[in-house]
Design a binder for this molecule. Structure first.
Ligand code: UT7
Length: 333
């Protein structure tokens, strides 16, 4: 048997820079309610959402990815030529192939990085962050841009009472690279495929094509079942993540859960017994649920508004269709 070379990379990794892009159209509940026989009061009470962001026609998945990544690279203070990896987490890029990551890399002027998309729905960004960190530590790349991006308005049924008021559009990006200290902790992630049908694309593409009146397939969600799973199971995942990282809730400064529903965020914070002083991301009220984009959008907002500062310890946790989840503790860049 021939011995093969074994390479390794940096001992530690960190988020070196973060950027985000909010889709341009601010849509209040008042604009949504008529088609679903709902009310501003109901939506706010059940989800905490007051407004959401929908993309204008020119705000494509590619455009929002590029804009958020450009800012992240600039803030990381590295030369774009140093970026040798791009991971895009999305479920709303409408070309099955090729990966939008290659087009994003090209538009950013990067020099032929490894570039691919991943599909883990709302948990996609935290999956990408874990992959990027492992790639840098394994020596398969040195600086990796991770983007969470969605244009869910394209695949949301504006007449579906269970989901029309939830979903939104936007992008968030980070640069992951080598660091002297561990700035990205171990990931806790997994899936529960028994609950595959709880959030899903309603129709298979082949059924759409075979239909007499083909329509864009839409997302459907059994919201209440997802709500119960998220509120109870994700607090356990959060605790497991702190244990793996070797810290407790008392070491946390910031909590950035997936921005799905304000009541889930509150239930998790209660179940985790988060100390009062921990800053909790509550971007969902203004942005809605932007799936893979929600965690980096919410974290960047806290940083830009001065509610999270460089060096803070933040727990990220994301969950959604699959059902899939991923969580890690990071140092705020
Ligand atoms: O991002 C991926 C992960 N996704 C999530 O984490 C989302 C999790 N789920 C949720 O956020 C919540 O389930 C929703 C906000 C989607 C819904 O809230 P809910 O408290 O679970 O409502 P529900 O589906 O249990 O419905 C409660 C009531 C029902 O009426 P009855 O049976 O109690 O008379 C529904 O028919 O509210 C009714 N209802 C509505 N009323 C006004 C359902 N949808 C609406 C609506 N407007 N849009």
């Amino acid at each position: 048997m021939t011995d093969l070379a074994s390479v390794s990379g940096a001992p530690h990794t960190a988020i070196l820079g973060i950027g985000s892009y909010r889709a341009g159209r601010l849509v209040p509940n008042a604009d949504i309610v008529e088609a679903i026989d709902s009310s501003d009061e109901w939506i706010q009470q059940r989800s905490g959402i007051k407004t959401r962001r929908f993309a204008e026609p020119h705000e494509t998945v590619q455009l929002m990815s590029v804009e958020s990544a450009r800012v992240a690279i600039e803030r990381a203070g590295i030369d774009p030529a140093q970026v040798d990896g791009v991971i895009v987490a999305t479920i709303s890029h409408m070309l099955q192939t090729p990966a939008v990551a290659t087009a994003v890399a090209h538009e950013l002027g990067l020099e032929r990085p490894v570039a691919f998309d991943i599909s883990a729905a709302c948990a996609g960004f935290c999956h990408g962050l874990a992959l990027a960190s492992d790639m840098v530590r394994a020596g398969s790349a040195k600086y990796v841009v991770v983007i969470g991006v969605e244009r869910l308005s394209d695949i949301t049924d504006s007449h579906d009472r269970g989901s029309a008021f939830i979903f939104s559009d936007g992008a968030g990006a980070v640069v992951v690279g080598p660091s002297e200290r561990a700035g990205i902790g171990p990931v806790v992630w997994g899936s529960d495929g028994e609950q595959f049908d709880l959030i899903r694309q309603r129709e298979d593409w082949r059924d759409v094509v075979a239909s007499d009146s083909p329509q864009m397939p839409h997302l459907v969600m059994q919201g209440n079942a997802v709500f119960r799973w998220a509120a109870f199971e994700m607090a356990k995942v959060a605790h497991a993540t702190l244990d793996r990282t070797g810290i407790t809730v008392d070491d946390l400064d910031v909590f950035v859960p997936h921005q799905a529903n304000m009541r889930i965020i509150d239930a998790m914070a209660r179940a985790m017994k988060l100390p009062e002083r921990v800053t909790i991301a509550r971007d969902v009220a203004d942005q809605g649920n932007s799936s893979a984009a929600s965690v980096p959008l919410a974290l960047d907002r806290l940083v830009q508004e001065g509610q999270a500062k460089s060096g803070d310890t933040a727990l990220l946790i994301a969950f959604g269709a699959g059902l899939a989840y991923a969580a890690q503790v990071v140092t705020v860049p």
